[in-house]
Design a protein around this ligand. Structure first.
Ligand code: RIB
Ligand code: CA
Length: 290
């Protein structure tokens, strides 16, 4: 089978590590580059975490270090969710830096796209700062992108404030640049990840999957402050799952915009609503069909 060229931008991050465990070992994709972005933790830690994972799996994939902070706003951090290292819960060996390229992420993405005789697929599972810079520097690359899948955004509530999803909240200006770019973006939002939960019984089964299973089991015990009992959302892994089994998901074509001024979303025009049927669940939210 011809493996499709794939470029990955990520901020490991425990759920990033799980997403990488899935896609880096697939037979469908040939991962040509992994770029680090700041997000869950700082850029030095996310870069080191990528190198740690590649050493753990003995994989020779070039890595390029990305932006240390958002385009406009101050940095935020999610070490409370992923631990101070960004991947607490497993004692990784110190990585070697030989896989680290001496060009920044945006340039490395351009180089790998231009080197590829075929169109590439791209997956971004962290803030989109590197992607925005790459698009501003090399817009001509867009015609060589087959598909762009992200973990980001939400069709409903946020997880970083009421309406904001973390990756987009970290750098909304960057997210807006991607969504306005005309690239074929597939958005795996929070609403998808909220249906992809791992519970203690699942983590016990994962633990039996060899040394990678043991590593992921350790990470899951730490992820989201030991929230395993409530079910851990596998946000980033949904992007990997889409690439390997798109049939697992339903899709809607939608116009996506990103609010960057902090104003509340425009009010929906009120429409004549039919009277809601009597709720079968007294006391629960009632719905009004339009
Ligand atoms: O909102 C979830 C996203 O934020 C995931 O990519 C997670 O790794 C964090 O970066
Ligand atoms: Ca991530």
């Amino acid at each position: 089978m011809n493996r499709k060229p794939l470029l990955i931008d990520t901020d490991p991050g425990i759920d990033d590590a799980i997403a990488l465990a899935i896609i880096l070992h697939s037979k469908e994709y040939d991962v040509r580059l992994i770029t680090s972005t700041a997000g869950n933790v700082g850029i030095d830690k996310t870069t080191k975490n990528i190198l740690k994972l590649l050493k753990f799996w003995n994989l020779d994939i070039p890595v390029a270090k990305g932006c240390a902070r958002p385009l406009v706003r101050p940095e935020i951090d999610a070490s409370g969710v992923h631990g101070d290292s960004g991947m607490d819960g497993y004692d990784f060996e110190e990585p070697d830096e030989r896989l680290l390229l001496d060009v920044p992420a945006a340039v490395a993405i351009h180089q790998k796209i231009q080197e590829s005789p075929d169109k590439v697929t791209m997956m971004a599972i962290g803030p989109l700062t590197n992607i925005a810079l790459w698009l501003r520097l090399y817009p001509e690359d867009k015609e060589k992108v087959e598909e762009f899948v992200i973990m980001g955004g939400s069709m409903g509530r946020g997880n970083s404030g009421v309406l904001a999803e973390y990756n987009c909240h970290y750098d909304p200006e960057a997210a807006k640049i991607l969504f306005d770019s005309g690239l074929p973006v597939v958005m795996m939002g929070l609403d998808v990840g909220l249906q992809a939960l791992v519970y203690p019984e699942d983590s016990a089964k994962i633990k039996t999957f060899g040394r990678t299973g043991e590593m992921i089991y350790g990470l899951l015990q730490r992820y989201r402050g030991k929230g395993l009992k409530q079910g851990l959302k596998m946000y980033d892994a949904c992007a990997s799952a889409y690439l390997l089994k798109p049939e697992l998901f339903g899709y809607v074509n939608a116009y996506v915009d990103v609010e960057t001024s902090g104003a509340p979303p425009p009010r929906q025009r009120s429409r004549s609503a039919k009277r809601a049927p009597p709720s079968p669940f007294p006391g629960r939210m009632r719905w009004t069909p339009f």
